[in-house]
Design a binder for this molecule. Sequence first.
Ligand code: ADP
Length: 456
Amino acid sequence: MNDLQNKLPQDHCEDLKRDFQVVNRALRVLSVCTQAVIRATDEVTLLQTLCQLITEEAAYRMAWVGYVCHDADKTVQPVVWAGYEAEYLQTANISWADTERGQGPTGRAIRLRQPVACQNMLEDPSFAPWREAARQRGYESSLVLPLLDEGEVFGTLNIYSVETNAFDFQEVELLTELADSLSFGILALRAKQKRQQAELRILRLNEELEQRVEERTAELTQATEELQRSNHELEQFAYVASHDLQEPLRAIAGYTQLLISEYGDRFDDTARSYAEVVSDGAKRMQQLIQDLLTYSRVGTRSQELALTECNAVVQEALRNLQVAIAQSHTVIIVDPLPTLKADQNQLVQLFQNLIGNAIKFCKEDCPRIQIRAIQRETDFLFQVEDNGIGIKPKYLDRIFEVFKRLHTRREYPGTGIGLAICKKIVTRHGGQMWAESIPGIGSTFCFTIPHHLNEQ
Ligand code: ADP
């Protein structure tokens, strides 16, 4: 005969009623705990709330949560507790190592990764180390539920009851569900915190970067100002020096000429050739100084930018070069050019230098030059194209430096400043300048003048 048949109908009814009450209470706890997990914003508060609910709502004597430490003694560190604890945890020294203190329900639950109950603390031999302390606080049985993260135990939820055999199958099942929901809540909070920290790090990094950019920009602002100032001083110096050099040079050139014309017939051949070298040198120096003055004037003696008709500018440059054009039989094609805000004199100088070079650096057959302007999104692109000797690719940048020449004066005359002047003029107008070339076929000198100049 089994228990059920032995019992009176009234007893059976009482049992059912008690079971119902137990299950009902556990369900209520589970529901309240689930709400707490959903609402939680930080880990410790969640643990605290849960332990309180277990002791207050479910009327257990005590509940605590411990975290598994991977230290030498494999300790379990209590994090929060609620109910009648009376410093029980201070001396509990719970471990999950394979030692005497690791044989209790907590140590076993961690190693087995499943719930472990101690249904009678006063008799269970594995509970010996804690028996006296538990008895003093009225604990009779306990249940330890592992908190799992992908199968690994990172903590335990420990529940103590004043009754022996308090944790039957159904209660354990419900409380396991509660522990799983707690693990989920903890892991979700940790993931959220990690995400927030990463976001914060990115934000901080961004701020740092912005600050560094600001600092750099400020430095660059300052550096540009200093550069402009020293550039200006240098230009002033070059201008004054060149200007003052002109005077004695004029005397040298003039008097050497006088020497040749008035005393030349008394010179022997050597003396005459020496005098000519001096005269040539002085003339060349005059030309160099003249060009240097022009170069330094681009910055110091420039006019205000005004509406300038580029067709007229090119015509003026061509007029200035008419002898060279006629002598070389140069064919020049000028496409329609725009009207834009510029320094007219400087634009004449710019075209004159480029056209002059195109005539000078030509092959024997007749030079042909084409000038055009292309309107682009932000600027006008000007091109001066010739069919001359061309430039090797490695020199395409260097030809814009002051005094940079690729030929001897005997091959092609010049001082090597013309293109430096051109580039300085273009830079002053906010544009860029470069050259494209195929040696033996021809070169195209390109420069841009931005539109925004014309909107001011
Ligand atoms: P310069 O004409 O007085 O030599 P530039 O500064 O005008 O000085 O030119 C520098 C060098 O660039 C020239 O010596 C020449 O070698 C090269 N160059 C300039 N324009 C042309 C061109 N249209 N075709 C080929 N080479 C050129």
